[in-house]
Design a protein around this ligand. Structure first.
Ligand SMILES: [Zn+2]
Length: 567
């Protein structure tokens, strides 16, 4: 097959230019002898197209003011990609129908097979309507404004006030940011009713009991079940909730308060002003490079390549799209990190996280075929969350960008967040599980009550009295529940894996990082338990094992806290 020379050759492509390649792949005779060549051609074309799509998106998000860049990005994302995906499904079907499973493609074929098995023609319009509903959720919540000092401000602009030292200011900011969600709650509740009905119907049409069991198949969760997730919830309830309650009690004492109210959570009790470790994106990159140097020469080398080849765009500036991402250029075998850094500690944490995804892209490029490189979110976030924990001890002198005291404050914030996030993840996952499996998830009133019940099981140590409506509004803010159902437990699973990698690194740093890189190099050719094992961790939902990790986090919190002067 004659393929384009490079992704640049596809930069101006239309769908009519792409279709013949898929047609050719659909027609070529397929047997055991021709299969390897056919797979190599198909993978090569997918890589070329995906790189062209990525380059167009990168060009646009880095400069949204150029109409030509916008047009190219839209042509790829709205015209070419959906049709290309249809064609890929068609080719995947061809592969599965041969009955052949080439070595290294066992997990790929299993994923293809499951997707084919659960596909129903009559679900196509249902999922199209669900897409519409998801954009409606985005429209309602995306442009939300809060009233602040007589002005209408976008919600993110209130975040400095949410962290204010002055308690009355942060209470007002908290209330101001919740009000817009309470105002639209009836509309969002109705929208969710329709989403619920559509999802349950699609699941039944695909011969599943409910949308939860359907989602486990659709998300290719071959290595854990809804029952395992329930064990995770119980484990968090038993061992993380009390540990986090102790963290919150220490915060309450430090802030000298009778009771911790929800607006007392974002303020840093150790520092009057937010940490500002750098000014420019260049400084951030150089600082991160130094931290990587302390971690591992191979990772440091990869990060240097990103700096030298212009694969980082970190500064916030006019004309850039909001947010951040790490994308992969599949032909070049290079990652690209996009951010809107403004100089705060969170930017450094975000870059360390994204660097983990970037190292995953570097390592998994060793796999020859494009489908062999991307494992699910549980393994992807293992790469990024481990990087946050591994680099944590290097934020201060001599390698980091912070002084001793600020490094300790940052470390404390991160470790406390690890516990707080596990509690939050368990509550969001338990709620979604209840919605789709209880039979009552379609009843808006019962649904809100269930959230309150589940939330108070997991979120202890915060006084929500008199704030019931505000507490209900919290789940309407959790966009995953609306837009990416069941996508959340992955972060919990990855965090438990990352904590094990961090634990190992305290005994043998070099060997732990080497195993980390080996696990990333497996890409998607092995199942989740194997990838975790390669990294020196275990895919576990066990209360005792999670308890040991939580104990380790708690004792590290106590150690860092005791070293802080004035504590
Ligand atoms: Zn991530």
């Amino acid at each position: 097959m004659k393929l384009p020379e490079s992704s640049a050759a596809l930069a101006g492509a239309t769908w009519e230019d792409c279709l013949p390649y898929y047609e050719a792949l659909a027609q070529l005779p397929l047997d055991a002898a021709s299969l390897p060549g056919w797979l190599a051609d198909w993978s090569r074309f997918e890589s070329l197209l995906s790189e062209a799509v990525s380059l167009a998106m990168i060009a646009y998000t880095c400069d949204t003011t150029d109409p030509a860049k916008e047009a190219a990005h839209l042509r790829f994302s709205t015209e070419i990609l959906p049709k290309a995906e249809e064609q890929s499904v068609r080719l995947a079907r061809r592969l599965v129908e041969t009955g052949l499973v080439p070595e290294g493609l066992e997990t790929t074929v299993a994923r293809f097979k499951t997707s084919i098995e659960i596909f129903r023609e009559e679900n196509v319009p249902l999922f199209a309507e669900l897409e519409e509903m998801a954009s409606k959720y985005q429209r309602i919540t995306g442009g939300m404004m809060a009233e602040w000092e007589g002005e209408q401000l976008p919600l993110p602009m209130l975040s400095p006030f949410l962290q204010a030292r002055d308690r009355t200011v942060r209470e007002r900011a908290f209330r101001a940011t919740v009000i817009p969600y309470m105002d639209v709650q009836p509309a969002l509740s109705q929208l969710f009713d329709s989403m619920y009905a559509h999802r349950q119907r699609a699941a039944r049409q695909a011969d599943f009991r409910d949308f939860q069991t359907f989602s486990f198949a659709a998300k290719h969760r071959f290595d854990y079940t809804p029952g395992d997730c329930e064990r995770f919830h119980d484990a968090v309830d038993a061992v993380v909730v009390p540990a986090y309650a102790r963290v919150l009690a220490a915060r309450r004492q430090r802030l000298n308060l009778e009771a911790l109210r929800p607006w007392d959570l974002p303020v840093n009790p150790y520092r009057a002003e937010p940490l500002r470790p750098f000014q420019t994106g260049d400084e951030l990159a150089r600082g991160t490079q130094k931290i990587m140097g302390a971690l591992d020469p191979v990772l440091a080398g990869q990060f240097r390549i990103m700096m030298e080849e212009g694969l980082l765009d970190l500064d916030s500036r006019k004309g850039k799209a909001p947010g951040g991402y790490c994308d992969t250029l599949h032909v070049k075998g290079r990652p690209f990190i996009f951010m809107n850094a403004s100089g705060v500690l969170d930017d450094l944490v975000t870059l360390l996280h994204e660097a983990g995804h970037a190292f995953h892209a570097f390592a998994s490029h060793a796999q020859p075929l494009v489908w062999q490189r991307h494992p699910g979110a549980e393994a992807a976030e293992l790469a990024s969350m481990s990087m946050e924990l591994l680099s944590g001890p290097h934020l201060g002198p001599p390698d980091g960008m912070l002084d001793q005291r600020d490094a300790a404050i940052a470390r404390l914030e991160h470790l406390e967040d690890v516990l707080g996030n596990l509690v939050h993840i368990a509550s969001v996952d338990a709620f979604q599980s209840w919605i789709y499996s209880s039979g009552e998830g379609g009843d808006a009133v019962v649904r809100d009550q269930a959230w309150l019940r589940i939330r108070s099981r997991f979120e202890q140590g915060v006084d929500w009295s008199g704030l019931e409506r505000e507490r209900v509004a919290r789940w309407y803010r959790q966009l995953h529940i609306f837009m990416y159902p069941f996508y959340y437990i992955e972060y919990g699973i990855a965090q438990i894996g990352a904590l094990q990698i961090w634990r190992n690194s305290r005994k043998d740093h070099a060997a732990t990082v080497a195993r980390y890189r080996e696990a990333l190099a497996l890409g998607a050719v092995r199942g989740l338990p194997d990838i975790y094992r390669a990294a020196g961790a275990e895919l576990t939902f066990d209360r005792g094992k999670i308890g040991e990790l939580v104990q380790l986090v708690e004792s590290e919190i106590e150690r860092v806290r005791s070293e802080l002067p004035g504590s």
